[in-house]
Design a protein around this ligand. Structure first.
Ligand code: ME8
Length: 521
């Protein structure tokens, strides 16, 4: 596959520090971007911050600061956190960036000129947390379901974008392209919203400046600013230079958005309709994941259970935290995070399975082969099985990642590692080494070579998921540059690349076993 790949995270509101939820989405997107780069596809990874709107104006007012100061501070917090975590984004966009402001105005004018925007008085229930008017479905006992706060009744004159007349077209499009919105539960949810939701009418896209001045001015009425969601979605076009930049041509058709289920409606309904109205092609996939709860409770500032990714990095190393996030959430379903669960997962998969395989293979290579990759004898069935399982695993990973099934991709890789561990148990080179003799020597060399090769291809396969661990393994195998120019999935099929005689390094445990946290032990 050599087509391009354009992948985005949501742009995050600048009213909170980055937490486990934002980190999860960004880890998924980073993993996909790394994978597609290794697949040889020209890749563009976009993330950033969503800075306008009432939410931010509200925080600024509460703190006696300007919205610009608040936006600058939190945007910097996201960016520096993302940098410290090593995310491989190509652009960090801010909705206050001049090219974005110009893009929003260009698109507003285009939609206005096409006669798709009208002016009307409107009354409805507005939730500042969601930054939108709510429908009955969004509320329980008079409160917003997502924010547990009472929406405000608002009556004001505003500009509206005619979206309701496109609902039939959108339903048809979603029906015809079953993986446009995935996994399927969210496709069904979108179709249900389009079918059933009362109050899902045209979209209010303005705010009068006398109520809110923190936003992008409407090009056709200086008394109004643009509604934050209309502004925010357009970031995905700004970054690729809509409508005639070379990147737009090259990347837009390959666009994939990754979002949490909380923002399904704007992405699954407003966004495709806006694209249609401006005559732009649709994105390729909308990938929707569930929510992380922490200790079975919703992540929230008031509960103080937001989980700082930097604290997790410091305590466990970021590859380990990243692994647990990717492995323990089935993409599309909710998941529960506990620190005891994280430790158990790190110990089982990273310390016992992967880490232990690396240690025992390299310890035995040091002991029985003078610290050099041994010269293997002719492979037998068991060796052939491992050599054949490797490309099969890489093909599974490829299939899963192209469907955004990240946890299943990792299951495949760790299933392969289980097989290699079983192989070593069966061959038991430590016993053969004790027995001595030519035949036993050949068995030791062949089995250690097979284990070293298996580690080499494992390092290639895990590189997008565990970007610090993969080069550490390759360094110990004596081939530190092996990731340069490596291609997935194809290079995993090239078995026998490791040159006998290459000096290896034992090194300390990659993932030392962690004592479970005391309260849960
Ligand atoms: O909604 N579990 O920004 P936001 C999993 N600015 N993911 C979570 C999560 C959780 N508990 N909490 C947050 C906005 N997320 C808008 C987006 S896009 C054009 C505009 C992740 O700061 C998840 O990706 O509230 C969710 O969709 C996003 O953060 C919401 O971030």
């Amino acid at each position: 596959m050599t087509g391009a790949f354009y992948v985005t995270t949501p742009i995050y509101y600048v009213n909170a520090e980055p937490h486990i939820g934002h980190t999860y989405t960004t880890v998924v997107v980073d993993t996909l971007a790394r994978y597609h780069r290794m697949a040889g596809e020209p890749t563009f990874f976009l993330t950033g911050t969503d800075e306008h709107g009432e939410k931010v104006a509200e925080v600024a007012e509460q703190r006696g600061e300007t919205p610009t100061a608040v936006a600058d501070r939190y945007s910097k917090a996201f960016r520096s956190t993302w940098d410290e975590l090593g995310f491989s984004y190509d652009r960090f966009i801010r909705t206050t960036d001049p090219d974005h402001v110009a893009m929003v105005q260009l698109i507003l004018q285009k939609v206005y000129d096409a006669g798709e925007i009208y002016f009307q008085e409107y009354e409805g229930l507005y939730c500042v947390g969601c930054e939108r008017f709510l429908t009955e479905r969004d509320m329980a006992d008079g409160l917003c379901r997502d924010h547990d706060r009472a929406p405000e009744r608002r009556k004001e004159s505003n500009y509206f974008f005619r979206i309701a007349k496109h609902f039939n077209w959108l339903s048809d499009t979603i029906e015809k392209h079953p993986d446009f919105i995935r996994p399927p539960g969210f496709r069904k949810e979108t179709l249900a919203m389009l079918r059933e939701e009362s109050g899902l009418g045209d979209l209010c896209i303005s705010r009068p400046k006398d109520r809110l001045s923190w936003g992008i001015e409407l090009p056709f009425d200086g008394d109004y600013v643009c509604y934050v969601w209309f502004d925010a979605l357009i970031n995905y076009l700004t970054a690729v230079g809509y409508p005639d930049g070379p990147d737009f041509e090259r990347l837009w058709g390959a666009a994939e958005h990754v979002i949490g289920k909380d923002i399904l409606k704007p992405h699954a309904i407003f966004w495709p309709i806006l694209l249609r109205v401006i005559g732009a092609p649709l994105f390729r996939h909308l990938n929707v994941h569930g929510h992380w709860n922490v200790d079975k409770r919703k992540v929230s500032k008031s509960l103080g259970n937001m989980i700082s990714p930097l604290a997790m990095k410091q305590r466990y190393g970021f590859d380990a935290f990243r692994y647990v996030l990717l492995r323990d959430m089935v993409f599309g379903l909710d998941a529960n995070f506990t620190e005891a669960g994280l430790v158990a997962r790190i110990n089982a998969d990273l310390a016992n399975n992967l880490g232990n395989l690396v240690s025992r293979t390299l310890n035995m290579t040091a002991r029985y082969s003078g610290g050099r990759v041994p010269q293997p004898g002719a492979p037998d069935d068991l060796e052939n099985e491992i050599a054949e399982a490797a490309p099969r695993t890489a093909a599974q990973v490829d299939r899963h990642l192209r469907r955004c099934e990240v946890s299943r991709a990792l299951e495949a890789i760790f299933g392969f590692l289980d097989g290699v561990n079983r192989y070593l148990e069966t061959r038991a080179p430590w016993k053969a080494a004790r027995d001595g003799g030519e035949e036993a020597k050949r068995l030791v060399s062949t089995s250690l070579y097979t284990a070293c090769e298996a580690l080499r291809v494992t390092a290639l396969m895990i590189a997008p998921f565990l970007p610090a661990t993969a080069p550490a393994i390759l360094e110990r195998l004596g081939i530190p540059g092996a990731l340069e120019g490596a291609r997935l999935p194809d290079d995993v099929a090239r078995w026998g690349v490791l040159a006998p005689g290459t000096p290896t390094v034992k090194g300390p445990a990659l993932f030392p076993r962690i004592e479970p946290p005391a309260e849960d032990a």
